[in-house]
Design a protein around this ligand. Structure first.
Ligand code: CDP
Length: 215
């Protein structure tokens, strides 16, 4: 399979790319969409979070590109179930290691291989429609105001401080959008959906309507 790690030849499988900033609702939407369509689902942020968590636990310098890339090349799937994985602290580490080109390169093949997965796959992240799967059949960019996003994270994190969460989200947005490699931005052909005033059910309906109209 000479194409592995490059763009795989596209067969009949459907690829749906869902990108957007932190707590925009993209994860909830992507999971529900995959379940509704009977497609495979990959939360690519978990990969960066696993690298971030390992780096934090092993006291690896998050600026040491070679060391972080070595961690990314040997991810331990057991961390998927780690209760610390979803926290804002690990999110911060994830976005630090995510600026490193060699870390991104180490995670590229895994994501591209996953995408070519009959009958279809939904991947959510920051660069799915722009870098990982520019050939995706459908691309959505999910966003929401920073106030709404901070409030959502606050509600799902017992004992958290709303203002601290808002500051963390803004810092992460800034780092994700301004990095040199695969910055967070909508693909030119992405449908942009603002979920600030949409329920998860309404957001899913909007995406399904678009898929059925175009598909
Ligand atoms: O859950 P949340 O939306 O807050 O973040 P996440 O999707 O779990 O991603 C954590 C961090 O990983 C992000 O802030 C990005 O820096 C990085 N990431 C990325 O660079 N590219 C992706 N495709 C997914 C995540």
């Amino acid at each position: 399979m000479g194409w592995v790690g490059k763009l795989a030849p596209k067969g009949t499988e459907v690829i749906i790319a869902i990108d957007g900033p932190s707590a925009s609702g993209k994860g909830t939407l992507a999971r529900a969409l995959a379940s509704k369509l009977g497609y495979h689902y990959l939360d690519t942020g978990s990969l960066y979070r696993m690298v971030g968590l390992t780096v934090a636990r092993m006291a690896v310098d998050p600026n040491d590109e070679e060391a972080c890339a070595a961690v990314a090349a040997r991810l331990d799937p057991a961390f998927f179930a780690d209760t610390d994985l979803r926290g804002e602290l690990v999110g911060g580490y994830a976005s630090k290691v995510a600026v490193l080109p060699k870390v991104r390169a180490a995670l590229l093949k895994l994501q591209r291989d996953f995408a070519v997965n009959p009958p279809g796959a939904v991947l959510d992240g920051r660069d799915i429609g722009t870098v990982i799967c520019p050939q995706a059949d459908f691309k959505f960019y999910i966003t929401a105001s920073v106030e709404v996003r901070a409030e959502r994270r606050h509600l799902e994190t017992p004992g958290s401080d709303l203002l601290a969460i808002k500051a963390d989200i803004l810092a992460r947005d800034e780092r994700d959008a301004n990095r040199m490699v695969a910055p967070l931005k909508p693909a030119v052909d992405a449908v942009v959906i603002d979920t600030s005033h949409l329920s998860p059910v309404d957001a899913l309906q909007k995406v399904l309507t678009h898929i059925h109209q175009k598909g």
